[in-house]
Every structure is written in C-alpha cells, then in structure tokens.
Design a protein around this ligand. Structure first.
Ligand code: ATP
Ligand code: MG
Length: 369
C-alpha cells in the first residue's frame, strides 16, 4: 500500500500542513523539536487509533486549540482508503473511514497500515516485560482485529476482578462472583495466549532472517514466548481457569491478579545469550530493528502488500555496515525516514526530501517562511 497524502490541522506543533510522500523513500530532516516525529505520530494514529508517545489524545491537539485533525489518504490494491481522526479536548475522538464514522476503533485496522521504528523501541529490549507485551499488542492488533477485541475484553475483566478482590476484604459474601470473572479472564486470556504464541513463532523466524542480514551473518536472534502459566499440553482455557483459582488466596491478599497474559513475557536471545542482560547497545538496537522488520514481513504476508515503514531517527545510531544493509531492504516499501542531518542518508536512494521547521513542511532548501 501507499500513503498519498497526510493532512494535519492543529496537530502537535502543526497549524495546517500537508505532506505527499513519494513512492520510495521520503526523508524528513530538520533540527530537534521541529515536528518530524509528530508527523510520523499522525500516521501511527491513523494505523492503530493511538499515538505511540501518549495514551492521552488531548496532548496531540495544538496548544490553545480546541480541536485537532489528521486526514490520511492511502492507495491499496483494493482502491483508496481515507482515514480521518477528529480530536477534541473533551475526550472521545471521532474516527472516520471513507467519510463514515466508526463505532469501534477495531474497525480501523486494515485501512492505513504501518510499522514505526523509533528510538523508544529500545525500551522493549531494555525495560521490563510490559514493554515487550506492548510491542506484541500493538503489532498483533493491527493484523488481527479479533486480538484487539480479546485484549479489550480481557482488560475489562481484569479490572473488574481486581476491584472485586479488594471489595471482598470488606464483604466476603462477594467471593462467589469471583468465579464469573475467572471464567471470562480464562476465555479471553486463552485466546490471547494462542494468538501470541502463533505470532511469536512467526516473528522469531522472520526476525532471525532479518538479524542475520543486518549483522552480516554474525548473530543468531531468537524470540521465544514466555507465558505466565505453563499449560503442559492441557486446554489453555482450563489451565488458566485453574491457575486463577490456585492463586486466589494470594490475589486476595495482594488485591491484584498474579497470573494471566498480563504477566507474559518475550525472551530474546542472540546465539543463546539474553539480549537484555548481555547485549551491547548496538546489538540491542539491531535486535529491536530486526523485530520491527519482521513485523513488516508478517504484515506484508498477511495483507498481501507491504505496509508503510517509518524510521524515526535511527540511521545515525547504526554503524555504516548495518545502515547499508537496512537501506538495501527498503526496495518496494514506501518509507518515511526522519533525521537531523541529511548526510546520515548519503547512501540511500531518496525519492523526496523535505525540511521540517517549526511545524512547517518546507521544500528542499526552503526556509519555511
Ligand atoms: N500539543 C502540542 N502543541 C504544540 N506544540 C507541541 C505539542 N506537543 C508537542 N509540541 C512541540 O512540537 C515540537 C515538535 O516535536 P517533535 O517531537 O515532532 O520534534 P522532532 O522534530 O521529532 O525533534 P527531535 O529531532 O528532537 O526528535 C516540539 O517543540 C514540541 O514541544
Ligand atoms: Mg523526533
């Protein structure tokens, strides 16, 4: 697929702007704090329904303004798709696809598809399991609406169960209702676990290939799903239900649920070595990049066409050999790259370059005035 137009109104530091990315590599360059990431963020919003930087939509609206708008046109094999996000300070955003307001954010998937690689992605390697679960959730939601809905239902049931655990201390008669929430958690949780296991298997294979390529055949990357409970070949729903039952006393003491997919993790190894504990900075960065490129491969397979690739400020952080390998992989993929210095992309085949200055998209060499 291909994005043909990105229009912003009162979005972050943009008052009003339009970018028409080219088919190949579009470069956005400029000094710090000018709006490069904000532009990519608007695409992420149209792909997933939320920003990769904040869960609070009102932060996306330009200061002192009441409303913000993102409008993106994409061409896919089946025709053109227009996604419009209307943000207001009061809260709920309106999401429209081809002019029709959506009832559920889940329906957004499949219109504009993209993969973003940003410096923050290093956190999924360095930080705790929550960041790795976030990676799986974000990416899997884009290709499987069923996953997105299961996650939402699971989160709701989890919140209810945790509340109940705390209420039971004051009113033990409520214990009986715990069973209902356990059943819901087990049902949606088992669905989540099955889809995660399948996704990680796919991602491990593709990330392995990507990593071999980028590291020049040196490093053997593997990803392994580490669920919070072992099912030992039993029915996952029953296993999860039993595990919730078993941890009930503990959970009541803590006022929180100790088992389930909200405790899952993803183990990443390079030739058997835990990347998180022992990887060098460059190895960790390349691992994150390989995972993102793997996601792109999976999306391309699932969607039958490549999603848009966005690379936020990553070139300067890779050594020249790894940078070359990465650039070599961009053929046939619409890519939007940001950098502060155009020379970071000296070896790239650039289709178009725009300078971003104070929320204004300037033609190459323009001064933004
Ligand atoms: N809601 C908002 N309204 C107005 N301006 C905002 C809003 N949110 C962020 N900004 C400002 O927008 C500017 C652009 O931020 P952005 O992160 O896109 O910069 P960038 O070009 O990617 O910079 P860097 O090279 O440092 O990553 C910043 O100066 C930021 O303070
Ligand atoms: Mg930035």
């Amino acid at each position: 697929m291909r994005i043909t137009s990105i229009q912003l109104n009162d979005f972050r530091n943009y008052a009003r702007a339009e970018l028409r990315p080219c088919e190949g590599v579009t470069v956005l360059y400029g000094n710090n704090a000018q709006g490069k990431t904000a532009l990519l963020e608007s695409v992420v919003l149209a792909c997933t329904g939320r920003s990769h930087r904040t869960p609070r939509d009102r932060e996306l609206i330009r200061w002192d303004q009441e409303n913000g708008r993102v409008f993106i046109c994409a061409e896919r094999r089946d025709g053109s798709h227009e996604v419009e996000m209307l943000l207001n300070r009061q809260g709920r955003k309106i999401v429209k696809v081809n002019g029709r307001a959506l009832q559920r954010t889940g329906e957004l998937m499949g219109h504009v598809s993209g993969v973003l690689f940003a410096p923050e992605d290093l956190r999924m390697i360095k930080d705790g399991p929550a960041e790795r679960r976030r990676f799986i959730d974000m990416e899997l939601s884009q290709i499987r609406p069923a996953y997105y809905y299961a996650l939402q239902r699971y989160a709701h049931a989890l919140m209810q169960r945790n509340k109940l655990l705390r209420d039971i201390v004051l009113n033990p008669a409520l214990t009986a209702t715990l069973e209902d929430w356990d059943a819901q958690l087990a049902r949606h949780g088992a669905a989540i676990m099955a889809m995660r296991a399948d996704f990680v298997k796919q991602i491990s294979g593709a990330a392995h290939e990507n990593h071999l390529e980028i590291s020049g055949g040196l490093e053997d990357l593997r990803a392994r799903y580490v669920p919070s409970i072992e099912t030992d070949g039993n029915d996952p729903e029953q296993a999860l239900f039993a595990a919730l039952r078993a941890s009930r006393e503990n959970d009541m003491r803590r006022g929180a649920t100790g088992v389930g997919p909200h405790r899952d993790d993803l183990m990443l190894t390079l030739s058997g070595m835990d990347v998180r504990a022992y990887g060098s900075q460059g190895q960790q960065r390349t691992t994150a990049l390989s995972l993102k490129l793997a996601e792109l491969d999976i999306m391309r397979r699932e969607l039958g066409e490549a999603p848009v690739l966005m690379l936020d400020d990553v070139m300067s952080e890779l050594d020249p050999a790894r940078r070359r390998q990465l650039l070599g992989r961009l053929k046939g993929i619409q890519t939007i790259v940001t950098c502060t210095d155009l020379s970071d992309l000296a070896e790239a085949e650039i289709g178009a370059a725009w300078r971003i200055s104070g929320g204004i998209i300037c033609p190459e060499g323009g001064d933004g005035a």
